[in-house]
Every structure is written in structure tokens, then in C-alpha cells.
Write a new protein. Structure first.
Length: 107
């Protein structure tokens, strides 16, 4: 009896880190949107500005529409600091498939 483990990173969540690059984030967001139809972009601390930039670029270019924006304060266990966390959920726009015809997903 073989049970197949879930594929690595087979989810619609994209976690932005402080060393993430904007152009890489845009490409990965397009791939996730194409595969899942929605994407949840989240980041903590220094990376929340990059989360907002990604969402703005995807909206401005007509690739996605914003469905939810939420912010939290997360307390870290190792230290007594509190970090802000920004989460933005986007859905595919009506013209997304037309704009991303060049992206082909491998099965």
C-alpha cells in the first residue's frame, strides 16, 4: 500500500520573505493563480511593503482582483517582540487567461 505524499508547495499561499525579489514574486504569483484561481500573499515585518507592491502590480496589470486584506500582530516565542503581518487574498481577473497565454504548467 503506497500513499502518495502531497506535492511540495501545492498550495495557493505565497510567503514573501525579506530577500524575495519583486519580479520573481510576480512570476510565482501568476503561476499560482493559473493553477489554483486564487492566491494568498502574506509577509511579516520588513516584507509587508513587498506584499502590498505585489498585490498592487497584479491589480494594476489586470491579472487579479483583491478579495480580502487583513493584518495581524504576531508575537514571537523566542523574543518578546511583536511583528506585523499582512495577508492579501487575490482572485483571477476575467482577462487573466488571455494575458497569461504564454505560461504553460507542467503536469
Amino acid at each position: 500500500m503506497t500513499t502518495e505524499a502531497p506535492k511540495f508547495n501545492d498550495t495557493n499561499v505565497y510567503r514573501v520573505r525579506r530577500d524575495s525579489r519583486l519580479n520573481q514574486g510576480i512570476f510565482l504569483s501568476k503561476v499560482v493563480l493559473k493553477k489554483h484561481g486564487t492566491i494568498q500573499i502574506e509577509g511579516m515585518g520588513e516584507s509587508i511593503s513587498l506584499v502590498a507592491k505585489l498585490a498592487q502590480i497584479l491589480n494594476k496589470n489586470g491579472l487579479a482582483t483583491t478579495t480580502r486584506i487583513s493584518s495581524d500582530n504576531v508575537e514571537r516565542e523566542q523574543s518578546r517582540s511583536i511583528n506585523p503581518k499582512l495577508t492579501i487574498v487575490l482572485a483571477k481577473s476575467a482577462q487573466f487567461d488571455k494575458l497569461t497565454e504564454d505560461i504553460v504548467l507542467k503536469q
